[in-house]
Design a binder for this molecule. Structure first.
Ligand code: F6P
Length: 325
């Protein structure tokens, strides 16, 4: 039985360990593993190749994805999806494990409805914004990359009397910014999911400055589109010289952390076990309340991810405490 793996959309650390485990576990289960290179674009262009142990040796510690990825526009067109199906038929592939986000899962759902190619989606995105799962592959490495960048910025920040505004990725989701603000002790966190309470922040920070604070850190999610506004606010309201760092694609790189490697193998093992079951059509593996489960693709794509309330509370309680102190 032939089974393929593909990465689609933004890459993330953890994909390579997943790809390695995919090959090893498929062979263990007596399946024939295939790689689809370049994501949905490669599926259209028949960049499909049988995978071997050799292909995956020495990759477990690498960020990115050795089978590469793409954001395909052509796949929206049925003509190209039919071409993709023809390619899969040539290799007798009827099952695909997809490392990607909900946009990729949505595309695979359309493909399943047309051509009955089964798939299991493994949530893989630094944005951590997929409904039904607390964790997406790669988010732990991204958070550690941000932590290390913020620690470094803090070194220089502490040598001046300045404000630093640090912009994180995440599309419309503030998860990366919120967790980073908590673990880095940032004074300000601006995310789309939380109204920014700048008047309150101003009073709090002014009090802190009076008590000896020399610099402040603000972490701003790209989805809020408020990086420039917060910079100006720091300059005009706090009267602090202000610098902006947009962390950008650094957040998508780096060696996968222990946690992302471990989760990559759990996700892959369970997804392969699931995809070979008769009733599997289009499912997504999730990790919710410390348990693995499968959700129907329709549930995933018709609901919106919400930030855990406990994280929002943690941040708020933290800055209120600081203010009191
Ligand atoms: O979805 C992952 C992500 O890194 C987002 O956080 C970011 O907005 C986007 O991808 C960047 O996309 P690209 O790599 O295509 O510029």
């Amino acid at each position: 039985m032939a089974i393929a793996i593909m990465s689609s959309g933004g890459d993330c650390a953890g994909m390579n360990p997943a790809i390695k485990y995919f090959v090893e576990y498929s062979i263990f289960k007596k399946l024939n593993p295939y790689f689809i290179y370049d994501g949905l674009e490669g599926l259209i262009d028949n960049k499909i190749k049988k995978a071997t142990f050799e292909d995956v040796s020495g990759i477990i510690h690498l960020g990115g994805t050795i089978i590469r990825s793409s954001r395909s526009k052509r796949f929206f067109d049925k003509k190209y999806r039919a071409q993709a199906y023809k390619n899969l038929k040539k290799h007798k592939i009827t099952k695909i494990i997809v490392l990607g986000g909900d946009g990729s899962f949505r595309a695979m759902d359309v493909f399943y409805n047309e051509f009955k190619i089964k798939f299991v989606g493994i949530p893989s995105t630094i944005d951590n914004d997929i409904f039904g799962t607390d964790y997406c592959l790669g988010v732990d490495t991204a958070l550690n990359m941000i932590r290390s960048a913020v620690d470094a910025i803090r070194d220089t920040a502490s040598s001046f009397r300045r404000a630093f505004v640090i912009e994180t990725m995440g599309r419309e989701c503030g998860y990366l910014a919120l967790v980073s603000a908590i673990v880095s002790g940032a004074e300000i966190c601006v995310i789309p999911e939380m109204p920014s309470d700048l008047e309150y922040q101003k009073n709090k920070i002014e009090l802190e400055i009076k008590n000896g604070r020399k610099y402040i850190l603000a972490i701003v999610a790209e989805g809020s589109q408020k990086t420039e506004e917060i910079k100006k606010w720091c300059e005009n309201e706090l009267k602090l010289e202000t610098r902006v760092t947009v962390l950008g694609h650094i957040q998508r790189g780096g060696n996968p952390t222990v946690y992302d490697r471990l989760m990559a193998s759990e996700f892959v093992k369970k997804s392969i076990d699931r995809i070979i079951e008769k009733d599997c059509k289009g499912d997504v593996i999730v990790y919710k309340d410390s348990k693995f489960d499968f959700k129907n693709i329709n549930e995933i794509i018709s609901n919106k991810y919400e930030l855990p309330q406990n994280l929002i509370d943690l941040y708020k309680e933290n800055y209120c405490q600081k203010c009191k102190g």
